[in-house]
Design a protein around this ligand. Structure first.
Ligand code: ATP
Length: 234
């Protein structure tokens, strides 16, 4: 299966990679914020087949995670999902995905959407220097464990959280300062949403409602397929 989408010329396109196990409203909100803030032509959602950092628990099958993303974004013409990682056998490295997408869409100004927690780990990513300087990073604020914002129980957008995310981005860029090109980034002005895939999985296990935490079609899919019922999906 081809991993791309047809008809893109020289455009502003963002990659949004994630495990999406399952996709939730936090993901949609940051993708939409990125789309508006940077005037993106397209957001390519890329479910990760074997995330290197999440190997300790069993994930829902790739095809099902892909299907949930497909259903979540169906109403937004600027969003597409790419199955580019479908044939991956080992760990899914972002750099490999990016190179494959670049081949599919050669003349594009690339962005990468990421939560602050994931961006913090960028200095440890495989071949980070090439990727770090090939795209502009669109970093969504997220409550980070041990952050000042978490300590005071902040739950919504504030200048403080914006500043905290900016400082984090500066630290990441500083870590990568030896690269020949500068690391470009900007903080997304998205409200803090304390929804995570782990929370959705927990709610499913506990038999609690996930209505309004995921798109309705995704909720129905999860319930029909009995996903996230077992303790191995934590
Ligand atoms: P889990 O709870 O299983 O760790 P997750 O909710 O972090 O999952 P992923 O699919 O791993 O979901 O996330 C994909 C990307 O979206 C990551 O860059 C992550 O930081 C970001 N992200 C996810 N949820 C949010 C959120 N509520 N606010 C900001 N960024 C988010």
């Amino acid at each position: 299966m081809k991993g791309g989408c047809e008809g893109l010329g020289t455009q502003k396109v963002a990659v949004f990679g994630g495990t999406f196990d399952p996709v939730h409203l936090g993901h949609l909100l940051i993708a939409q914020t990125a789309s508006t803030q940077v005037e993106l032509d397209r957001v390519i959602w890329v479910p990760t087949r074997y995330p290197p950092h999440k190997s300790s628990r069993s994930l829902v099958e790739f095809e099902r995670r892909l299907e949930m993303v497909r259903q979540a974004i169906v109403e937004n013409p600027a969003f597409v999902v790419s199955p580019v990682e479908i044939n991956r056998t080992g760990s899914s490295y972002a750099i490999q995905t990016f190179m494959e997408l670049q081949e599919l869409y050669p003349a594009i100004q690339w962005y990468w959407i990421v939560g602050a927690d994931a961006f913090q780990t960028l200095p440890k990513w495989h071949c980070r220097d090439i990727l770090a300087t090939s795209v502009e990073w669109l970093v969504a604020p997220r409550l980070l464990r041990g952050s000042a914002a978490e300590e005071v129980g902040k739950t919504c957008w504030s200048d403080e959280i914006y500043l905290e995310t900016q400082i984090l981005c500066q630290q990441v860029a500083h870590h990568l300062a030896h690269t020949s090109m500068p690391v470009r980034w900007q903080v997304l002005q998205s409200p803090l949403v304390a929804v995570s895939s782990s929370l959705i999985r927990q709610f499913c296990r506990e038999g609690r409602s996930i209505r309004y935490l995921v798109p309705e079609a995704v909720r129905i899919y999860i319930e029909t397929e009995n996903l996230y019922q077992s303790a191995t999906n934590q």
